[in-house]
Design a protein around this ligand. Structure first.
Ligand SMILES: NC(=O)c1ccc[n+]([C@@H]2O[C@H](COP(=O)([O-])OP(=O)(O)OC[C@H]3O[C@@H](n4cnc5c(N)ncnc54)[C@H](O)[C@@H]3O)[C@@H](O)[C@H]2O)c1
Length: 270
């Protein structure tokens, strides 16, 4: 497939670009920063919040799919979060409809449901049909982006897969990561499955590895062909317990679900 990868210069974008090319896809990169050294594919330096600039890329490149990774991977003000996650998603989905590009894969986040308490989860894992329960404005942005994908799947028949990523890292670093880790190789497996699953419509999966201590249900991903191979438990001996582990284990969003992240939605200081 010929795939537009947004956020291609970022940490997930670089791994996914190499991984998709290895799997036989052609990648067109898009980011608001210039093409990283060594990346040789087609490249567009574009701010994905700009619908005209995004549309111009689709005019230039015939595409089969979009993998949307561009966005600020953390908490910000409400307006900044909405721009980074919802406006970019809207610009891409509009261009897809206009150019009949049918498959959208999105880097959503566990923070879309991060305020869900872990106590009382059936079998200890959260299902994909749990109510949206964001822990931050970042999480609100991810919930709203997923809602936009659902709307475009219903209105226009697009296939749109939201991957609620846990913690994308080379290796787990904290006790929480033993549950939330997504390995680099599994991330590529996940994106490739979301790109190639047959007629998923609007679908949600949890983007974590096959962790022994997983907090999220892996079955919806498996139903789409995502078969994770790595398990954070392999790194157990290298993980040092921290004083925050208990607080960060109370809700699935970890630190983002604590009082530390409570702040006003709008900055009135200027
Ligand atoms: N890293 C994780 O563990 C994790 C977990 C859950 C979800 N995610 C999501 O995955 C995506 C990628 O995360 P990452 O860790 O690679 O972040 P990153 O910051 O390393 O990469 C993001 C990239 O997007 C680009 N970008 C940001 N806003 C843009 C815009 N408006 N237009 C064009 N490019 C823009 C940045 O320049 C950067 O290269 C984000 O949407 C993030 O919310 C990441």
């Amino acid at each position: 497939m010929k795939v537009l990868v947004t956020g291609a210069a970022g940490s997930i974008g670089r791994v996914v670009t190499v991984g998709l090319v290895d799997r036989g896809h052609t990648v067109v990169g898009l980011d608001r920063v210039p093409q990283p050294d060594g990346d040789e594919g087609a490249w567009y330096t574009v701010d994905a919040t700009d619908p005209d600039a995004v549309a111009a890329v689709f005019e230039e490149e015939p595409l089969d799919a979009v993998v949307h990774l561009a966005g600020h991977p953390g908490e910000a003000s409400l307006p900044d979060s909405l721009a980074s996650h919802v406006i970019t998603t809207g610009a891409l989905l509009d261009a897809m409809v206009e150019h009949d590009v049918r498959r959208f894969v999105y880097a959503s986040s566990n923070h879309a449901v991060g305020r869900t308490p872990r106590a009382g989860l059936a079998d200890g894992v959260l299902r994909v049909d749990a109510r949206p329960r964001p822990d931050t404005f970042y999480g609100v942005g991810k919930v709203a982006a997923e809602a936009l994908m659902s709307l475009y799947a219903d209105r226009y028949g697009l296939d749109a897969v939201a991957c609620r990523i846990g913690s994308f890292l080379e290796r787990p670093e904290t006790v929480r990561n033993l549950s939330t880790w997504l390995s680099h190789d599994d991330c590529v497996r996940m994106v490739d499955a979301a790109l190639t699953a047959t007629a998923p419509g609007f679908a949600v999966l949890y983007g974590i590895s096959r962790n022994t201590r997983a907090w999220w249900d892996l079955e919806p991903g498996r139903a789409l062909g995502y078969d994770p191979q790595d398990d954070a438990e392999r790194f157990l001996d290298s993980i040092v317990a921290g004083e925050w582990d208990e607080a960060h284990g109370a809700h699935v969003g970890g630190p983002y679900a604590t009082a530390e992240f409570e702040r006003p939605a709008l900055d009135r200081s200027s």
